[in-house]
Design a protein around this ligand. Sequence first.
Ligand code: CA
Ligand code: CA
Length: 186
Amino acid sequence: MGVVLALAAEGCAPSAASPGPAEVKVVPLAGAQLERACVAGAHELCFNARDDNCNGLLDEGCGVHTGLVQFSIAWNEASADVDLNVTDPNGELVSTLRPTEAGLVKERDCPGATDDCHGQNMENVFLDGGKPLLRGTYRVAVRLEKLGGSPGPIEVTLGARIGPKSYAATFRLKRPEQEGVIRFEL
Ligand SMILES: [Ca+2]
Ligand SMILES: [Ca+2]
């Protein structure tokens, strides 16, 4: 409750043909409204979890891994702790400790125990390139763990890549343990 969420299917196709699901159903579990679309040919900004240049890839060229399925979050408050919790169609929660059996990998746990992210708070989950795309429901939860001294709310951008399409949503999380959830069905 109290999660403000904006969602947009940006529908941008990358220049190279990518195999992917023909149809994706996106189910926000909170009120949704359209967010701005990406701009073709724009400069791709790093660590904002957005497909700024509308090529279907999130934060490419920034040392961030991608795959046929990718979910990323980013937020500005350096000491706030937000978690990206993705559960794959097998019901397995993706952790930074090891890939799921379906091949989803999580990199970056921000802000990290020893300021590992250097103030650039971004978490990223992607499908390992060697694994086939697993169809089914991906549950993507964005959860505020700690405000870290910020008065809040913490504005968190969620970017998603499903095959050739990218999606963007924004959450405003006010108190610890609050989370916003979107389901992607493919
Ligand atoms: Ca891009
Ligand atoms: Ca970006």
